[in-house]
Design a protein around this ligand. Structure first.
Ligand code: PLP
Length: 390
């Protein structure tokens, strides 16, 4: 069976060039980067080259890039250390955040008594920045705002430049989970005054188990993993040299091909919207995912019937797709994001499906998905096309 992969927001396949670069590193540059002899120093140089490359991409200094094991670790570190080391007493966030952000915030609330305010998004998944400003002005407590750049389920993109300006004007720190946009978009942090951001290499054809945190130097954030002086003492532990090299290679390929990849994926997404709308009566799209301003990698569809087995049925037809974030897709409950953008009627009678693309996705993949969905849909009475879409 020819297998089709449409779950690129969960993870992406590794590029051949990334694998080659990592294998070469593992074979040749096995030294410990903290060792002072040549084996160690050669490994160290590889890490510093990638740090410089990342810093150039983001228009920041290399000292502001801290390699970690993943997006989850980066977000944990930023949120928890802001509270523990920078005296943050209040966090403003939204229910749309990835679990690694929302659970870190909850942990700080429960263990450290941090005050937390959530801005409820509207039915399209938009955060009202007037509400943010109102909340920022409402208290003198040291505040961290944590709002993601692009949502991993509905692809909504927030205006992080504007949010950063509001935070600066009100003396608040600003963290943005940029896991879904790093290496997919040009990001200039000399212009966007975000204080903290996060990255995960496996979202752009790099390896799993490696990422980085951007930590603006002026914040003075400290690490939460203690031990040796690696990563300027912000993240102890011998570095994942091959992983970091893989991250660098994946970033290089993404940046070199950004325009072509973006155009290709936007074209595939447009095609998917057109085909699904024409072939699946009553289908709708969630959040802003079908609009041009959303993330070109994500399309969140709403099938007009309830079918909790959809993921399994598509998998049996060779199509890998998810119903939401990989972290919550095993859960029986709908994700928090879906609870925000779907009405109760829709949650009871419809099925969300997150289709996510990469530069490897073809129109034939979309055709196969549409014909599989048509086949599956035949077994369902479509009785709820009149359900109001939020
Ligand atoms: N933040 C967002 C928006 C994500 O989509 C993900 C992964 O799904 C993460 C954070 C976590 O990244 P990692 O898998 O590297 O821990």
């Amino acid at each position: 069976m020819n297998k089709i992969y449409l779950d690129n927001a969960a993870t992406t396949p590794l590029s051949e060039e990334v694998i080659d670069a990592m294998v070469a590193t593992m074979k040749i540059n096995f030294g410990n980067p903290s060792s002072t002899h040549s084996f160690g120093q050669e490994a160290k140089i590889l890490i510093e080259n990638v740090r410089r490359q990342v810093a150039d991409y983001l228009h920041v200094t290399p000292a502001e890039i801290i390699f970690t094991s993943c997006g989850t670790e980066s977000n944990n570190m930023i949120i928890k250390s802001s509270v523990e080391h920078l005296g943050v007493e209040r966090i403003i966030s939204s229910p749309l955040e990835h679990k690694c952000v929302s659970e870190s915030i909850l942990d700080m609330k429960n263990r450290k008594g941090v005050e937390v305010s959530y801005i409820r998004p509207n039915e399209k998944g938009d955060i009202d920045l007037n509400k943010l400003e109102e909340l920022l002005k409402a208290s003198d407590k040291k505040t961290l705002v944590s709002l993601m750049h692009a949502n991993n389920e509905i692809g909504n993109i927030s205006d992080i430049k504007k949010i950063a300006e509001l935070c600066k004007a009100n003396n608040a720190l600003f963290h943005s989970d940029t896991v879904q946009t790093m290496a997919h978009m040009n990001l200039d942090f000399s212009d966007i005054q975000v204080d903290f951001a996060s990255c995960s290499a496996h979202k752009f054809h790099g390896p799993k188990g490696v990422g980085f945190a951007f930590i603006r130097k002026s914040t003075g954030l400290k690490g939460i993993i203690t031990g040796g002086p690696q990563e300027r003492s912000l993240r102890a532990g011998t570095e994942n040299v091959a992983g970091i090299v893989g991250l660098g290679k994946a970033l290089e390929i993404s940046l070199k091909n950004m325009e072509a990849y973006t155009n290709h994926m936007q074209g595939i997404k447009d095609y998917a919207i057109e085909k699904l709308s024409a072939e699946i009566p009553g289908i709708k799209f969630n959040g802003r995912s079908s609009e041009k301003e959303s993330l070109y990698t994500v399309l969140n569809a709403l099938l007009p019937y309830k079918n909790p087995l959809i993921g399994l049925q598509l998998d049996m037809k060779g199509i890998a797709i998810s119903q939401g974030s990989a972290c919550s897709s095993g859960a029986a409950k709908p994700s928090m994001v879906m609870m925000m953008v779907l009405s109760e009627d829709e949650m009871d009678t419809c099925t969300p499906l997150r289709i996510s693309f990469s530069h490897l996705t073809s129109k034939e993949d979309i055709d196969a998905l549409v014909s599989a969905l048509k086949e599956i849909s035949k077994d369902f009475v479509i009785e709820n096309t009149n359900v109001e879409h939020r």
